[in-house]
Each structure stands twice: as C-alpha cells, then as structure tokens.
Design a protein around this ligand. Structure first.
Ligand code: C5P
Length: 308
C-alpha cells in the first residue's frame, strides 16, 4: 500500500526591530553580550516545507539574488539540525517567499530558520513546542529564538535568551529600506573600532520597558536607542540623511534597525505613518518604504489558503 505524502506546511514569520540595543564588550567567543528589546513588526516572510525527492531551496521576492540556495542558508541549516535531532534524512524542499529585506538588520535569515523549525516539526509530526525548539534556535543564531516567539521581548546573552514583555498597545512604524545590505559581523567590528580605548556609555533598559508597557508612542520615542547605530552610520553615512528626513516628515523618532541599513520610524498612529511614508518615499533618501505595526506574533503555521 502506498503511504500518503503529507501536504506542505506554510509558516508566516515576522521581521524584528530592536527598540533598545545595548552592546557590551567583545567576548572570547567572538560575540558581544547584549541587552535588547526585540519587537516583531508586520513585514513577513513565508516559508513552505514539503517532502521532496529533490531536497533544496527556492527563493522568491525582493533581494532573491543575494539569498544563498545552498547549505549555507540558515534555513537549510535548520533543516539539517532538526533532521539530525530527529534521526531523519533532510529530504525536504523549502520555498522562501521574502517580504523581509535581505541583509537589512531585520533578522530575515533568522526568521526563515525559525519558520523552518516550526514547519518541519509539524510536517514530520514531531509536534515540538516553541520552548522545545528554542535551544535549537539558539544554536542556529542569536536572533532565531526571538523569531519563534515574536511579540515584544527582552533579549540577553548574545540575544538568544528571551523573556516576553507585555505590550498590548499597537505601535505604528515606517520602515525605510536601503539599497544593498550591511554585514552584521562588520557592523559589530566597526563598533569595537569606534569604541577602542573608551568605556561604553551605559544605556539603561528600564525607560524603554516602562514606555512600551505604558503604550504612549511619544514616551516610547524618547527612549528608543541602538548602540549599533553609530557603527552602521559610520559605514553607510547616507543613513544620517534618511534618519533626519523621517523625523522632518513627521515621525516621532527614527533609529537604525539592528545592524542596519534599514531604518525604522515610530509614528503617532496609523494615519501619521501613512503620511510619513508618502513623504519619505518622495524624497529619494531610501530605496523604498513600508508601513508596519507591532507587536505581531512569531513564526506560525498558516493554512494554504492564507499563503501568498
Ligand atoms: O548569531 P548570528 O549568527 O546572527 O551573528 C552574526 C554575527 O554577528 C556574529 O558572528 C558576530 O560577529 C556578530 N554578533 C555579535 N554579538 C552578538 C550577536 C552577533 O558580535 N550578540
């Protein structure tokens, strides 16, 4: 008797921005200790996993030429890791539909890896919980664990230790995408270079935690901050102009997202975000703009009718 091939599983997974990113000194293992407040926003990738006689990856969407389709892709490393743990062959096909900017500082590659863990766990009927998947996520990369959970969460360690933070109030963002990307290790190295010989300035997390709990975007605007911003601007000086243009266009505040070069602008509401996006798009200071809101949930299975 022929066994039925299970249908593909599709997972939607959000981008992240860091509302707060305090970077400690370089550790012996090449990473930096972080205290960060992750916030998942409504730019999504969709990852489909299916049984396949020809294992491999296909990528669709913006920036696809920069996404590797071999075993260096973090999503494929997620397949190999879970296959290894489950004692199975990695005989799957992955389809990545990119809505998260590639190499943009929004953890798109990490999101795909998290979505792959969730999708494969369902396809292979392992039914692992997020808490059970999270050690594998941490092994794959510093931002993968957060992409499993989404929402708003405090990240410590190298970013992989996650504690959810209550933030019931939606926040409205304009996301400015740039041409080209910035390499995360190079941005961290640039920060070390800029800091050489000086003590890092303390960046306490309490004000941003209070602001996100209170929900007032004006209060939140005053407490946003990212230590990697100076390094990203040093490597891509045109970001200074983008950051100024967003605030001039009416945003409450702007900051570089993670290691950049994407910039995120906090707005007072959904209408204000549309106005800021329209104005920013007309100024030619970035490749394209998107409006988004957060927080949104992490990697989640959607049914095939919902898939793009
Ligand atoms: O963990 P992930 O593979 O995403 O990290 C990519 C690179 O970013 C690391 O190899 C390291 O150079 C840098 N990084 C860091 N400290 C962190 C996270 C990332 O220096 N906490």
């Amino acid at each position: 008797m022929l066994s039925a091939v299970p249908p593909p599983v599709t997972v939607r997974v959000p981008a992240k921005i860091n509302l707060h990113l305090a970077v400690g000194p370089l550790r012996d293992d090449g990473f930096h200790d972080l205290v960060t407040l992750f916030h998942a926003v409504s730019l999504f990738d969709e990852v489909s996993v299916a049984h396949g006689d020809e294992p491999g990856i296909e990528v669709f969407g913006e920036g696809v030429t920069e996404v590797p389709v071999d075993e260096t892709n973090l999503a494929w490393r997620a397949v190999q890791l879970l296959a290894d743990r489950a004692g199975r062959d990695p005989d799957v096909r992955l389809v990545l539909r990119k809505g998260i900017p590639v190499a943009g500082g929004m953890a798109g590659g990490s999101a795909d890896a998290a979505a792959t863990l969730v999708g494969l766990s369902a396809l292979w009927k392992l039914d692992l919980t997020r808490d059970e998947l999270s050690p594998m996520a941490a092994e794959l990369g510093s931002d993968v664990t957060f992409a499993l959970y989404g929402g708003t969460a405090l990240g410590t360690g190298r970013g992989e230790r996650i504690v959810p933070v209550l933030s019931r109030h939606p926040q409205h963002w304009v996301i400015a995408l740039h041409r080209g990307g910035l390499s995360t290790p190079k941005v961290f190295a640039e920060l070390d270079r800029l800091r050489a010989g000086s003590e890092p300035v303390e960046r306490p997390v309490e004000p941003v935690l209070e602001a996100i709990a209170g929900g007032d975007p004006r209060q939140l605007a005053l407490s946003l901050g990212n230590d990697l911003q100076a390094a990203a601007v040093s490597m891509a000086p045109e970001l200074r102009r983008t950051l100024r243009a967003g605030v001039d266009a009416g945003a409450l505040a702007g900051l570089v997202s993670g290691s950049g070069p994407t910039c995120a602008f906090l707005c007072s509401g959904a209408d204000a975000a549309m106005d800021v996006a329209t104005e920013l798009a007309g100024l030619g200071v970035c490749r394209t703009v998107r409006v988004a809101h957060g927080p949104v949930p992490g990697a989640r299975i959607i049914d095939n009718q919902e898939a793009a």
